[in-house]
Write a protein that binds this ligand. Structure first.
Ligand code: 3DU
Length: 216
């Protein structure tokens, strides 16, 4: 059972990371934060919680050359980098994975997204993206908590060896634990924690709700 906190706002998160460190499994750094504060800020945050899983959510979607350059700016400060699945293996995700492997870092690939618009194109592409994921074998996959059926499809197709992380819990409407029950390893929660008046209490409550749903 896992909980990753999405840090998206360009605000200062030093104190919050320290407080959440023993209560969550990791942190996902969003582009607004990384662009506003720079990659070095990821390193500063990481020093506040060294044993957590740190993920740079770059949502890369480019040729391999450019994705390698971009990932290389932040890789030393994180454990994993997120890229989109629709760009394919040849000349893109394959190159990025080889590069991250050479650095001892992990690739996480988006299989589909959590917002309603994902139905317009992303979900139609899912069968093709699953073929890409089967060939690529990334360390992790992003699949939407808002559509647990998609989480289940990814889990059944890729088996137990892949880490599935699911956004959409809280602000986007999915209940804590719903993606975990469908086969995810981590739920990604942003605003329901970071936008709360008491983020520590919010994280603890979400943990309890995850546990309760899993034990039902
Ligand atoms: O809705 P929240 O505030 O809990 O934030 C969701 C986070 O998950 C946010 O950082 C967004 O960038 C990310 N996300 C994905 O990684 C993939 C999605 O399909 C949807 C959101």
């Amino acid at each position: 059972m896992g909980l990753l906190v999405a840090l998206d706002r360009p605000g200062g998160y030093e104190e919050l990371v320290g407080k959440l460190c023993s209560r969550v499994d990791g942190f996902k750094l969003g582009l607004p934060l990384l662009m506003a504060r720079g990659p070095g800020y990821a390193g500063l945050l990481r020093r506040r919680c060294r044993d957590a899983l740190w993920v740079a959510d770059l949502k890369l979607a480019d040729i391999g050359y450019v994705m390698r350059l971009t990932a290389g700016l932040v890789a030393e400060h994180v454990d994993a980098v997120i890229a989109h699945g629709f760009v394919g293996v040849e000349g893109a995700l394959g190159e990025l994975k080889d590069y991250l492997d050479s650095l001892g870092k992990r690739l996480v690939v988006v299989a589909s997204m959590s917002h309603p618009g994902a139905r317009e194109a992303y979900d139609h592409a899912l069968p093709r993206i699953l073929e890409t994921l089967e060939r690529l074998r990334p360390w992790g996959v992003v699949a939407p908590a808002t559509r647990p059926g998609v989480v289940g499809i990814v889990r059944r197709r890729l088996g137990p060896g892949v880490a599935i992380m699911s956004p959409g819990v809280g602000a986007q409407g999915a209940e804590p634990g719903s993606a975990l029950c469908a086969g995810a390893d981590y739920e990604i929660v942003g605003r329901a924690i970071t936008g709360s008046g008491d983020p520590v209490e919010a994280a603890e409550r979400i943990r309890r709700e995850q546990e309760a749903r899993l034990s039902n």
